[in-house]
Each structure stands twice: as C-alpha cells, then as structure tokens.
Ligand binder design. Sequence first.
Ligand code: FES
Length: 103
Amino acid sequence: MANWIDVLSRDDVPEDDVIGVDAEGRQLALYDVEGEIYATDNICTHGHARLCDGFLEDHEIECPLHQGRFDVRTGKALCEPLTQDIRVYPVKIEEGRVWVEID
Ligand code: FES
C-alpha cells in the first residue's frame, strides 16, 4: 500500500542543490534539478557517506567520499567505485510540501 509521508516544505529544497532529511527513521536526500524534485536514499551504496554532502551537477550526484556518481532520476550507479544503484522514491508536491512515497 502506498505510504506517502510529508517530508519538508518545497521552499526548503535549495535550488539546483541537495538537502538531507530524516523522514520516519529513513535518511533521504532530496534534490532540485531545474525545478523538479527527486528523492533517493541519502547513504551511498558504497560506503558510509551522505550524498547530501556531495556535489550535484545536472541530474548527477557525486558522493563526497570516493566521487561515485548516481543519476538522481533513476538511482543508477554511473561509475566506479559504485557497484550498486541507489534507491529512488516517488515524489509529489502538494500545497507547497514535498511528499515521498516509502513502503
Ligand atoms: Fe560513496 Fe565510496 S562511499 S563512492
């Protein structure tokens, strides 16, 4: 069953940047790319680094620890040393709030 949670205000997601949030015990990274919001897990699939501390360029987030890159739209791992994609979550905006679907 769909479980949408209210994560933060749309205005709190910095323009063309990333922010980390805790939502019901889950660490999420939210991204604004040209006005579109995307959500992934915040912890890198390679090691214990937070993607919200990384560098966002277009649709790619670069991990701060070993510079692995993920596509924030699909979660796809784009380069070494990553071997595992990152989980992405459906997002919707309602009344100025960002909602993320978790299960
Ligand atoms: Fe992210 Fe190594 S911890 S690339």
